[in-house]
Design a protein around this ligand. Structure first.
Ligand code: NAI
Ligand code: HPV
Length: 527
């Protein structure tokens, strides 16, 4: 039974989906401390969080059986991604599920702020009636500066265009083509936005580049009538500087949904008349919560079952639609990596992967990852997987180059790994017969032909009469049954590949050591 921990408030529909899926069980424990979470996390196969739970380095220290974390939402700034990657824990999110809710909340904040909806309501509910004090401004014809033209930024633009706002957009990485359809003026200068805009809204992740993006200097560039909305992340606007700017009427107002610290210990913004606050409600609609809960449960369960990986933050996904040939070659690449691990001696300096034949026309990214998993796993305590394979290789200074060539002499496709170490050069080539039967066809230039499964013994010897018989006798003497045999010859030497029913014990190894002409032998366990 796979156990999934739900650590934040999640729609019941997501919990029900997990409990109604065979082999899965959901355990809900919300609001637990960092200590408690770090002590229990390793008992679960999967974890679902929203923004409240902090997955710190400490929490991820002993991930035990944890395979994946699904963030039921977009922002993953509460998850230590490098640490999750290092520990081989897959992190996924549910982009798109709360886009409209966050965009609508942004519009709600913008409208409420410009029409004084909240203070007017509070006043009236306390018996007042003041029509002069709460005169506001229209959105019509006002300049809206949108920082970040991703899903939410673009949804806000579509809505704001309906209010006939003039939109100026900034995004250093992506300019969606639809931006033009809504008459968005694209700028590459944030300063232009600060100086020109009547309303400013941001829809960007919080990271090292965006922290304190708007501080005193930027606030002072804005019009005194400007209003700013933060429905993205606390800390993108420097809170101290914003507080001072609002208190001193440097700008006209601000609406905040998100804070540096949540819930904020210092509640000072609540005391400012020109500041509207909501407690991180951007994604809090029934519709969004059902959507993200179901999607988080689905992507997490799929990944745990070894199915397709979707919405991965820290892993190149083998897309569901990847051609069958790539899925099959991916498995072969892992076996080639496994074989290379036992074949090579010394520290790896360089790896070159060659994709020949028809696979050269495909996206071969999964093959590189799978090869790295096969090559590295035997040397690691942590589980090497699609998440951390590339990271671990890079961390050990292993550079992996790739070569594609449509020509392939003997097969429709083949995959070759060449490894250079401080001691020597090694190569293994594999192919698929009939597109699904895996075969290793060459090792260090020796032709061979065996299926990479179970135990395979490779023996290199001087090519002279009687050696094959002696090796067979040495195995037979200690009850080691040989299944298949293949021999390749080159330059007076031969490489024998034998499939064995049992591994070599000490006595069998001793007998093989006695066989004259055998230079070396090794056993690879492919299972
Ligand atoms: N208040 C709430 O409840 C919610 C808040 N969010 C926040 O909104 C953010 C945006 O969400 P989506 O639009 O779905 O993400 P997205 O990934 O679709 O869009 C983010 C955009 O920001 C741009 N960007 C990144 N760094 C930038 C920078 N320095 N300057 C300008 N643009 C930059 C990217 O190029 C991308 O186009 C999330 O990261 C999350 O923090 C998301 C959902 C709900
Ligand atoms: O999806 C996001 O990035 C959000 O900020 C929503 O956060 P929440 O799931 O409501 O804690």
């Amino acid at each position: 039974m796979y156990k999934i921990l739900i650590a934040d408030k999640l729609s019941q529909k997501g919990i029900d989906l997990i409990n109604s899926t065979e082999g899965f069980e959901a355990v809900v424990k919300t609001g637990i401390s960092e200590e408690e979470l770090s002590s229990i996390i390793g008992d679960y196969d999967g974890l679902i969080v929203r923004s409240a739970t902090q997955l710190t380095e400490k929490v991820l220290e002993n991930p035990g059986r944890l395979k994946g974390v699904a963030r039921a939402g977009v922002g993953v700034d509460n998850i230590n991604i490098p640490e999750a990657t290092r520990k081989g824990v897959l992190v996924m999110n549910t982009p798109g599920g709360n886009t409209l809710s966050a965009a609508e909340h942004t519009m709600a904040l913008m409208l409420s702020l410009s029409r004084n909806v909240v203070p007017a309501c509070v006043k009236m509910k306390s018996g007042g009636w003041d029509r002069k004090l709460y005169v506001g401004n229209q959105l019509n014809n006002k300049v809206l500066g949108v920082i970040g033209l991703g899903r939410i930024g673009m949804a806000v633009i579509r809505m704001a265009a309906g209010f006939n706002m003039k939109i100026v957009g900034y995004d250093p990485f992506s300019i969606p083509t639809q931006a033009e359809n809504f008459g968005v003026e694209i700028t590459d200068s944030l300063e232009e936005i600060y100086k020109k805009a009547d309303f400013i809204t941001m829809h960007i992740p919080r990271n090292k580049n965006t922290e304190n993006l708007i501080s005193k200097e930027q606030l002072e560039m804005m019009k005194p009538t400007a209003r700013i909305v933060n429905c993205a992340r606390g800390g993108i606007i420097n809170e101290n500087d914003l507080y001072d700017a609002l208190e001193n009427n440097v700008i006209a107002g601000a609406a905040l949904d998100v804070y540096n610290e949540e819930p904020p210990e210092n509640r000072r913004f609540e005391n400012l008349d020109n500041c509207l606050v909501t407690p991180h409600l951007g994604a809090s609609t029934e519709e969004a919560q059902i959507g993200v809960a179901l999607e988080a449960a689905e992507v997490l369960m799929d990944s745990i079952k070894g199915g397709p990986i979707k919405n991965a933050i820290n892993a190149p996904a083998v897309s569901e639609s990847a051609p069958k040939i790539i899925k099959s070659y991916s498995e072969l690449a892992r076996k080639v990596g496994r074989l290379m691990n036992v074949l090579k001696a010394g520290r790896i300096k360089k790896v070159v992967l060659e994709y020949r034949g028809t696979i050269a026309n495909e996206d071969v990214t999964p093959l590189k990852t799978s090869f790295s998993i096969g090559l590295l796993q035997p040397n690691f305590d942590v589980q090497v997987n699609i998440v951390n394979a590339g990271f671990l290789a890079r961390e050990r200074g292993i550079s992996i180059d790739e070569v594609k060539n449509e020509d392939c002499t003997n097969f429709s496709s083949c995959f070759t790994a060449k490894v250079s170490t401080e001691i020597g050069n090694y190569s293994v080539t594999g192919t698929l017969f009939d597109d699904n039967i895996m075969k290793i066809v060459s090792i260090n230039g020796y032709e061979t032909e065996f299926t990479p499964a179970g135990l395979i013994m490779l023996a290199l010897y001087r090519d002279r009469p009687g050696v094959i018989g002696s090796i067979g006798t040495a195995c037979g003497k200690y009850d080691i049954n040989i299944g298949t045999m293949s021999v390749g010859r080159k330059d007076g030497k031969a490489m024998m590949a034998l499939s064995l029913d049992q591994n070599l014990g000490k006595e069998a190894q001793g007998a093989l050591d006695e066989v004259d002409s055998v230079e070396k032998y090794t056993v690879c366990d492919f299972d």
